[in-house]
Design a protein around this ligand. Sequence first.
Ligand code: GDP
Length: 365
Amino acid sequence: MTHPENNSEYKGLQVNSGVSSQPITNPYRRPARRRQQLSASEYVEGILKGNVSILGQAVTLVESTAEHHQALAQEVIEKCLPYSGNSRRIGITGVPGAGKSTSIDVFGLHVLRDGGKLAVLAIDPSSERTQGSILGDKTRMEKLSQHPDAFIRPSPSAGSLGGVARKTRETIVLCEAAGYNNIFVETVGVGQSETAVHSMVDFFLLIQLAGTGDELQGIKRGIMEMADGIVINKADGDNIERANLAAAQFRNALHLFPPTPSKWMPEVVTYSGYYELNIDKVWDMIDRYFAYVKETGYFDRKRNEQAKYWMFETINEELRHNFYRQPEIRALLEQKELRVLNNEQSSFTAAHDVLRRYFTLLRNK
Ligand code: GDP
């Protein structure tokens, strides 16, 4: 083909005729195949063998919101349940910058010295907004992420806090079935997610800092009440004295709290995650707690309570989900919202109208 640019009048660059390309660059290449979906028994078999790749896929399945994934995930969880439970579940919380990831890295290596395996999970209620969680991020736990016996997983990001927490709870079951006998659940110590974490762990550790003025400020009283242990991080260099002072203040404050349901008196320990100081003191406290609650029977009582709690939580979550998913209910809610805002109807009668419509919808299904 002659290009107009190749005309002798044309002053620009010449265009040469190209080389025609082959229809397929590599005729032997196999067409891309989608990864085959494993069956529930294949997942379970892989998990029980401790296959990390299958465990990871199963967790992804648990986190998926697709209904057919959920059905499969529930079957896998149900089958793993008899193999779960044999672990220490430890919740770790603290405000951003308190040193959670630095500490988890060191705590993790500490527990792995005794053998066994460790799973680090996270609950981050803000992750939905920020598109992806930084908690439980492997890059924050440098040493642990290279350890063959550590499984690190960031927070599930989709859904409400209740939904996210439920997924983490289910992931704990899978990890335990895969032989992870230490479970850390990390969360940010700023809000409601602590209650969710508290309801799935045996021991709740609060990481605090010294030298931030009023030591008890910025930490919600409720979070302190949930703690089985308070640890003051960054007790190194010039900061040691302030850390000791903060520890004394926390001890005093704890005395004013009502006794914990376990009757265990929460302890306060100072340490340095970065310089790895007093790590054994922190773990000595945790070991003693476990010995104590196993002896008193509180360990099993609490786990039973938690199992019950999660049954009701799941029911509530599913009911809410089902309610708000109905297109007719959504439309009616929009109308009612306007009426309530314009003072044409009270909040209560509006709510009852919508609920009545929902129950009628259910009956006619
Ligand atoms: P996170 O946001 O709670 O996960 O906190 P990080 O673990 O990321 O730590 C926040 C900052 O505090 C980092 O710059 C750490 O290097 C520093 N840090 C953590 N632990 C210690 C410690 O024990 N001593 C000192 N001096 N700094 C620490």
